[in-house]
Design a protein. Structure first.
Length: 158
């Protein structure tokens, strides 16, 4: 089996150019939480699908739906031997993309000036609470602890 030409640095650089926000467990990893993930989850505005697909095409990532189909369904997948789950829409989990984008955290990644746009911790908590799956609820607990730590409250046994 031949290895993928996918390079995470190039992927993150393309995300930055495409105005997409990283959500899901890859965002938790970027925040420094000890979770494992096998894919990437991103959210972009419904009008950004074509630009996003074009930004990721050099990485060999192929969409499983046309932009019109993705708009109608609210999500689609880009994949080769990597997988990117893409949420598209102006709203998701009771949040608007414009608000999430405005509250995003931009963090440096690696060397070379790449910056990641991450959904804020509070927004990730809302998204994962809304999803309600057991792994999401475990993630919520870790995110709440991280938020408490950032706000100076480490718990009663400090």
């Amino acid at each position: 089996m031949e290895g993928s030409s996918f390079e995470q640095d190039a992927f993150f650089a393309a995300l930055a150019r495409a105005q997409a926000v990283l959500i899901g467990r890859a965002a938790l990893v970027a925040y420094g939480l000890p979770v494992v993930t096998a894919d990437y989850d991103v959210w972009l505005d419904i009008d950004g699908i074509q630009a996003f697909n074009e930004a990721l095409a050099p990485l060999g990532l192929v969409p499983n739906r046309t932009p019109a189909e993705a708009r109608a369904r609210g999500r689609y997948v880009l994949e080769n031997d990597e997988r990117v789950d893409v949420v598209v829409g102006r709203t998701f989990a009771g949040l608007s993309f414009a608000e999430v984008w405005a509250r995003r955290e931009v963090v440096p990644y690696g060397i070379g000036g790449i910056e990641l746009s991450l959904a804020s911790i509070a927004d990730l908590i809302q998204m994962k609470t809304e999803a309600g799956r057991p792994k999401d609820l475990q993630d919520v607990e870790q995110l709440r602890a991280l938020l408490a730590e950032r706000n100076g409250g480490g718990g009663d046994d400090d």
